[in-house]
Design a protein around this ligand. Sequence first.
Ligand code: ATP
Length: 301
Amino acid sequence: MSTWFEDAFRPGSEIQGKWNGRVYLVERLLGSGSNGVVALVRRGQMKYALKAGYETVDHQSEINSLHALSRTNTSFRNFLIDVDDMVVQGKEVSFSVMRYIEGMTISDFLHKQGQDWIYVIGSKLLKKLTELHKNGYIFGDLKIENMIVSRYGDVDLIDFGGVTPKGRAIKQLTEVYDRGFWKAGERYAEESYDLFSFAILLLKVLDRKNRFASFPKMLPQNREIELLHAIMKENPPAARLAPFLHKALNSQIATSEEAYQLWTGLVSNKKVSPKSTTMPWLKICFAASVCIFAATLYIYW
Ligand SMILES: Nc1ncnc2c1ncn2[C@@H]1O[C@H](COP(=O)(O)OP(=O)(O)OP(=O)(O)O)[C@@H](O)[C@H]1O
């Protein structure tokens, strides 16, 4: 017998919301995780990502965060399109419909375009975090799988299941990205929590020796931030970013705005600027991202 999502997400089948009545045509499965199954769907000419939740409580919590963010004057505005229930194999399954983000993982992007793109992607990711943080939220479960990189290094966050209002306990995390795992701080929703995960994400994606594969099995007493220093020594972009990474790993950067300033200072400094054939594009993209960020700050705050 097929599972409920194989039934619901068979390419070409239609999903109709029980309450709002909207009909979505399934194109293909995009992925699945601990909270749900995500499919690429169409309604008219528009493409969307439709997520059907396994656990109503977790899915509901993600929907609540998305609802709140979708109402803000940020790039997350209208990210959430629809929320409804569908009936599959006689059971009600809740689903949410979100903006569809086309792109690839940061690992695949850097593999294709070169590691120097980390400077552009990092600055764009910091801008996303700044928007969230300014609106009183912490992303919580920042990791490679929860972001999509599209053309010119644009960054989108997906999976808002870990989004937590500032001041509360972190509600969803992934071990190696969690500062509690490394005995480097509390699982408390503050900006430095996301900045720690941001530093881990960069190191993980830049590490060519796949050290992170063994970290989850490591005994608690052996989990030392110093283990990550080897990556900073071996990898040229990580070495250039080392002053930033050290501070972020030690929760010495209080806000993402401060992190952005520090990042910009390091990357635009001649000694640390990326050198590669992609440089003109990198410079243009980085300069454009700085201008857009400044304009966003000016308009909204
Ligand atoms: N808005 C979106 N646009 C494009 N693809 C998406 C979108 N949302 C999710 N996906 C795809 O679906 C996959 C699973 O989604 P998601 O990470 O939200 O599920 P999850 O159950 O919350 O996962 P996790 O176990 O990491 O918590 C993602 O890895 C991504 O490939």
